[in-house]
Design a binder for this molecule. Structure first.
Ligand SMILES: NC(=O)c1ccc[n+]([C@@H]2O[C@H](COP(=O)([O-])OP(=O)(O)OC[C@H]3O[C@@H](n4cnc5c(N)ncnc54)[C@H](OP(=O)(O)O)[C@@H]3O)[C@@H](O)[C@H]2O)c1
Length: 286
């Protein structure tokens, strides 16, 4: 049977886990990736992969043909919604997509500056069915973006002071995504997805230290120092400012709240930080 579900954002963090979860259930899907060869190497050969690039409208027709449900990830580098994301959403709906499951951001409803806010509005106004996954910070930021500083320098250098973050595991976001795509596609939902506890980075460092049997230090830099270090390591200014903005909000307590949407949807507790640290400890070992 031709797939009715298109996954974007694979082989990224959440998209890859959505792919695994659909495979585990034996549900057919298509991956839309901008580099199909890289996607095949990362995800495997046993799935349909088509070239899809938000920035190349010529990739839209083949990607959306026959698709009814879309898992939508906004790539972190694309911030201009009208120019870079909107055309693909509208093309998908024109091609017959009836439901969009969108990876959004915790607190997006109160934050009109982030692109996710505009994307949610565009989707609602289009009249298509939707599920918004308003996720807290990913635990996997520590095993991807922060991995080398933890592995090579045994430190975490994020500018969030003593504020707590209600981290969620991307495997849990994928589980809700698959539920929305396969069992709950003709209703509209807005879920705020957090883990079951909020931790500050001193606690995160202690937990990592205990699974790694060495001391991981939280250096607690100032925002300015963080920005300077990011730029010195070659990160682009626009990206650095967005990330610094998000961590500034976190510093002021915006990422602490815990919700129970995950349990309400899937009937189980989210994955704990301790479990995540055990499962990903290889990422921080030399
Ligand atoms: N990190 C967090 O804590 C957090 C929390 C809540 C929400 N979010 C949101 O989650 C999203 C990122 O999710 P993620 O971490 O799973 O993604 P990710 O790992 O950064 O991966 C992004 C994916 O998008 C693909 N991509 C990049 N540019 C593209 C283009 N022009 N056309 C098509 N695909 C393109 C990438 O392909 P390549 O592999 O070819 O590069 C990659 O597969 C962002 O919108 C972010 O704001 C993040």
């Amino acid at each position: 049977m031709s797939p009715q579900i298109l996954i974007t954002g694979a082989p990224g963090n959440v998209g890859s886990e959505v792919v695994k979860a659909l495979q585990a259930k034996g549900i057919p899907f298509r991956v839309g990736a901008r580099d199909t060869q890289k996607a095949r190497q990362s995800l495997g050969d046993n799935m349909e992969i088509t070239r899809f690039d938000f920035l190349d409208r010529e990739t839209y027709d083949a990607s959306f043909a026959g698709i009814e449900r879309l898992f939508l990830v906004r790539p972190p580098a694309l911030s201009n919604v009208e120019r870079d994301i909107g055309p693909a959403i509208l093309a998908a709906i024109k091609a017959g997509v009836q439901q969009i499951v969108f990876l959004s951001l915790q607190g997006v409803e109160k934050n009109a500056i982030v692109p996710h806010h505009k994307i949610e509005r565009l989707i609602v106004e289009s009249g298509v069915h939707y599920t918004f996954l308003r996720a807290s910070f990913f635990m996997q930021n520590l095993s991807t973006t922060q991995a080398s500083e933890i592995r090579d320098h045994s430190e975490i250098a994020l500018p969030v002071g003593q504020a707590k973050t209600s981290f969620i595991d991307v495997r849990d976001i994928a589980a809700v995504s698959v539920y929305a795509l396969t069992e709950n596609y003709d209703e509209d939902h807005k879920y705020t997805l957090t883990g079951k506890e909020a931790l500050d980075y001193f606690q995160v460092s202690e937990k990592l230290s205990s699974v790694l049997f060495r001391t991981i230090r939280y250096t607690n830099p100032s925002i300015l120092h963080f920005v300077w270090k990011q730029l010195a390591s070659g990160r682009k200014l626009g990206y650095t400012l967005v990330v610094a903005g998000l961590y500034t909000l976190t510093r002021f307590g915006n990422a602490t709240s815990i919700t129970h949407d995950f349990e309400a949807v899937l009937g189980r507790e989210p994955i704990s930080f301790d479990q995540f640290a055990q499962d990903y400890r290889h990422c921080w070992q030399a």
